[in-house]
Design a binder for this molecule. Structure first.
Ligand SMILES: Cc1ncc(COP(=O)(O)O)c(C=O)c1O
Length: 480
């Protein structure tokens, strides 16, 4: 199968061992069989020209790999909570699947908290971080016993009042710091720059002393949090952010004369390889880098919280879209598909930072053969830049074929962007397949329905259809 991996070879892995080759092959085989089964079982077709598919076995594998990686480096008995960053895949069945696989939830809004609760994630396995928590959100979190990391002094003042009113809250509380160790290759996802909006900027004048004092004055502050950034941050820089956070915890505890900070929340951010089916870097590699850079982190004196998002889901999602028309413009073939900015927003608006592999499938859902042809793979939205890939070499996509955007399990089809009022596509989890027998052994489970046209109208203020006209136009609410 040609998937256009040449577009970003610099992101590729090191070639890998037999185990990695096997993982890669199995993942691709499962995906190919799922695409074919989706066509054969009627999930995809002329009337449902786009779906999102999630590889359930792959998600389970990643969850297990994450747990194993930290178990391998942490002292026996170290409490470790892996809290999935819900923002990466805000889908209730996915959160439930991860919960069953031993992964909790990191939430950053009332909506995300509601999703985690709907998935059955218990309060003690949930962490609330966000830069703009309202008093109501904080009150709810403390009444539920959810861990909260205060982003800034003003938020800490709110926590002071809440803790005074409810001293028995079960919520573990901490402060988020920005270690200001610098950014990565994607500015928008670099949270530890000098001027990042997140957390207390630790290297600013007086900030470190303020943080230490804040802990000494509040015996109930027992956690310390940092998230150094997401895609594009080198592992060494992530480790440096963790090292700075660890050093601060040590300083606080020394000044307090006790182990006041008992848990370090080291955030998420493991980068994802979008250039091939290989998982690289792995959780095991990151855990080893951390152990080398911050040996004390794993010696059992601190409980740990992690908040990985993209790295748990990205490689297990595929958007599959039908080629509605195949045309040519200026000598270039253009496949007009049903997947564009509404499901691949980052790629369409920032194609240099977020290139996606595209796989070509026939109308029967079989990998397309044939010589590579340089072509554009376009979306359905009405602006010229709505392209999944520009000038990509792939077997020629023809009318009725399918184009698949790979590695889109996180921050893609679950993050609908309502341009042109395009409907949110259905999402299915799949299991089975990958054995190459092609005997229709793939089963699908619904994760999210396709959005109905009536829902689009309702969400667009349909119930207020005449609110700006009639009486309002003649004088407004308070007019005469
Ligand atoms: C506080 C926090 N934790 C975790 C994450 C998850 O990052 P990633 O999906 O890159 O693992 C984010 C991403 O924005 C975040 O802001």
């Amino acid at each position: 199968m040609s998937d256009g991996t040449d577009m970003s070879g610099d992101l590729g892995g090191s070639g890998g061992s037999d185990g990695r080759d096997a993982e890669r092959a199995a993942r691709a085989a499962r995906r190919d069989e799922a695409v074919r089964a989706a066509v054969e079982q009627g999930l995809l077709g002329p009337r449902t020209p786009i779906v999102g598919l999630l590889d359930v076995a792959g998600i389970r594998e990643s969850a297990a790999a994450l747990r194993a990686a930290f178990d391998a480096v942490a002292a026996p008995g170290t409490p470790v909570l892996h809290a999935f960053a819900v923002k990466a895949s805000p889908l209730v069945p996915v959160l439930r699947l991860l919960h069953e696989a031993g992964i909790g939830a990191e939430v950053a809004s009332p909506g995300e908290l509601a999703l985690a609760r709907a998935a059955g994630v218990p309060a003690e396995r949930t962490v609330l971080d966000s830069p703009a928590k309202t008093p109501d959100e904080l009150t709810e979190a403390l009444s539920l016993g959810i861990a909260v990391n205060a982003d800034n002094p003003q938020e800490l003042a709110r926590l002071d009042a809440l803790v005074k009113a409810s001293p028995d809250t079960a919520s573990p509380l901490g402060i988020r710091v920005n270690p200001q160790v610098g950014g990565g290759s994607i500015e928008a996802l670099s949270t530890a720059t000098a001027t990042s909006k997140f957390g207390v900027a630790l290297r600013d004048e007086g900030a470190r002393a303020w943080v230490v004092r804040a802990y000494l004055d509040r015996p109930w502050l027992t956690r310390l949090h940092a998230h150094t950034g997401s895609q594009g941050i080198p592992l060494a820089l992530m480790a440096e952010g963790v090292r700075e956070t660890y050093a601060l915890a040590e300083e606080i505890n020394e000044r307090a004369g006790r182990r006041q900070v008992d848990t370090l929340d080291i955030g998420g951010g493991l980068p994802v390889n979008f250039a091939s089916d290989e998982t690289t870097p792995t959780y095991a590699e990151y855990a080893r880098v951390l152990r080398e850079a911050v040996p004390g982190l794993f010696d059992g004196r601190y409980g740990l919280v992690t908040e990985f998002g993209r790295s748990l889901l990205a490689k297990h999602g595929t958007i599959v879209a039908r080629v509605e028309y195949a045309k040519s413009a200026g000598g270039r073939p253009v496949a007009v598909t049903h997947a564009g900015v509404q499901v691949a927003t980052r790629t369409v608006y920032a194609p240099g930072a977020w290139p996606l592999r595209i796989a070509a499938y026939s109308g029967k859902g079989r990998p397309k053969e044939g010589p590579d042809v340089v072509q554009d793979v376009a979306g359905p939205a009405c602006f010229a830049g709505d392209l999944l890939a520009a000038g990509r070499a792939l077997p020629l996509l023809e009318q009725g074929d399918y184009a698949a955007a790979l590695d889109t399990g996180a921050y893609y089809f679950a993050h609908h962007y309502a341009y042109n009022s395009l409907a949110r596509p259905a999402v299915y989890g799949f299991a089975g397949g990958g054995d190459g027998d092609g005997n229709g052994s793939v089963a699908f489970a619904p994760v999210r329905r396709e959005q109905a046209i009536e829902e689009i109208v309702a969400e667009a203020g349909g119930e207020y259809g005449d609110s700006l006209t009639g009486a309002f136009r003649r004088g407004g609410a308070g007019g005469s």
